[in-house]
Design a binder for this molecule. Structure first.
Ligand code: PLI
Length: 460
């Protein structure tokens, strides 16, 4: 292994939160109690928490200092004015509407931009994003390239939209029946795969020709910018800040979950150029989120987010972030563990189809693998497969995604390379005894976004 490729943490640790590993018996009891769903575990029962990188980030001393100057006015908070200025400067949008987190922005966008029966085209789906689109009567169509659905294809920019699929959708359904294109940078469920600048440009051109709007899911846009800098010809000497700015110049607006690339614990926004849509969003934000000058966030949270956004533009920060994830993935690859390739931005995804060859998809292999990983070492991960995909609204049948994965998601600035070693060692040892991973069945299945709170038991 070439340790030169993995930069040391570009920060010093000033505050620590002790973690302890529970005994094997305690872990087995906790997992049973949680219905073999890692979402239902108590955080204090977890040793290394790779459930998500959402809201689990460590803030910088500058961000914590910002928390102390929170202006908690009901209207016109100075922290909002600052956040609005920074967000406009970085992304280049005309209007920003604050929301409590990403799905708050998705709710607003879906309500103002989708007419029932219209199609919404996206590069794969994200759970909450698709939920809001469908709740507003939208029909989701996946237009990501086919290779994104194949864990074994190691190709750059696997998050790219397939332009032929988009053209076909326009020809078949008519541009007027497409509400907008939702372009996620990066694509979470494809394995954190980025989209190239060239693809963004091409999608923009095609959409402009047909008068179709494009909204980006900006959630992990800084990670996407790093991949462009590293792998797309002509961009190697650009700053991350310039890349982010250029990326968003190809969109009409964006939804942002601040809980990821803004390196905070809560917050989000909707960004939009169109004055009329902005007016509608501003009317709705007071119904669902709060005043247009806080949108569900405390003043101190808005200050932390504005500073976090600036932190995230630092080259050393983002290089370490991407390469720490890569370190974990490369350790697993060296041991022959099947993962989604190439390694994405925020997480390493275990390919549960190839990991648990003895289980069928209806036996929830990824759900079970995540449960067994926790029982083995106290590492918490997340199922991203048939359970997360939910059921078809019309037929009631399970969606059966090609990707059946367990996501090892790395929070920003929280864990060290040594933690990654513990995770890798546990996955490797589990792989050697993979037959112990047992089939599961639902004992409680919620109607909406079932993966969050479902409960299971062993089916054999
Ligand atoms: O969790 P929210 O509501 O702040 O953001 C929703 C959301 C939107 N888009 C994308 C790509 C996401 O990844 C996302 C949230 N992701 C979570 C919670 C995750 O664990 O990946």
């Amino acid at each position: 292994m070439n340790f030169q490729s993995y930069p040391a943490e570009p920060f010093k640790i000033k505050v620590v939160e002790p973690v302890v590993m529970k005994t094997r018996e305690e872990r087995i009891a906790a997992m049973k109690e949680a219905g073999y769903n890692t979402f239902n575990l108590k955080s204090e029962d977890v040793y290394i928490d790779l459930l998500t990188d959402s809201g689990t980030n460590a803030m910088s001393d500058r961000q914590w200092a910002g928390m102390m100057i929170g202006d908690e006015a009901y209207a016109g908070s100075k922290n909002w004015i600052y956040l609005e200025k920074i967000a406009k400067e970085i992304f280049g949008f005309k209007h920003i509407v604050p929301t409590h987190q990403g799905r708050g922005a998705e709710n607003l966008l879906s309500q103002i931009a989708i007419k029932p029966g219209q199609y919404v085209a996206g590069n794969m789906y994200f759970t909450t994003t698709r939920y809001h689109q469908e709740r507003c009567g939208g029909i989701f169509v996946d237009i990501i390239g086919d290779i994104a659905h194949d864990a074994t294809v190691n190709a750059p920019f696997k998050g790219n939209i397939d332009l032929d699929k988009l053209k076909k959708l326009i020809d078949d359904k008519g541009a007027e029946n497409i509400a907008y294109v939702c372009l996620a940078v990066t694509v979470n469920l494809a394995g954190g795969q980025p989209v190239s600048m060239a693809n963004m440009k091409a999608v923009r051109e095609l959409c402009s020709k047909h008068g179709i709007k494009i909204f980006f899911d900006a959630t992990r846009c800084v990670e996407n910018a790093y991949f462009i800098k590293e792998q797309e010809k002509g961009y190697e000497n650009c700053s991350i800040k310039d890349l982010v700015h250029e990326m968003f110049s190809y969109s009409d607006g964006a939804t942002m979950s601040g809980k990821k690339d803004c390196i905070v614990n809560i917050g989000g926004f909707l960004a939009i150029n169109d004055d009329e849509l902005f007016g509608k969003a501003k009317e709705l934000v007071v119904v669902y989120e709060g005043m247009p000058s806080y949108g569900g966030m405390a003043g101190r949270d808005m200050q932390a987010m504005a500073i976090g956004l600036q932190d995230s533009m630092q080259e050393e920060y983002i290089e370490h972030r991407i390469k720490q994830v890569r370190y974990l993935g490369e350790r697993l690859l060296q041991a022959g563990i099947p993962i989604i390739e190439p390694i994405g931005g925020h997480a390493v995804f275990l390919d549960a189809r190839r990991f648990c060859t003895h289980l069928k998809q209806e036996q929830f292999p990824a759900q079970s693998l995540a449960a067994f990983l926790y029982m083995d070492s106290g590492v918490r991960s997340m199922e991203r497969g048939i359970v997360s995909a939910g059921r078809d609204k019309k037929t009631g049948k399970n969606h059966t995604p090609k990707l059946e994965t367990v996501r090892l998601t790395v929070p920003r600035r929280v864990y060290t390379y040594k933690h990654m070693d513990v995770v890798a060692d546990s996955v490797i040892s589990l792989f050697k005894n993979k037959e112990q991973i047992r089939p599961l069945k639902f004992i409680y299945e919620p109607q909406q976004l079932r993966f969050f709170t479902a409960k299971f038991d062993f089916a054999d």
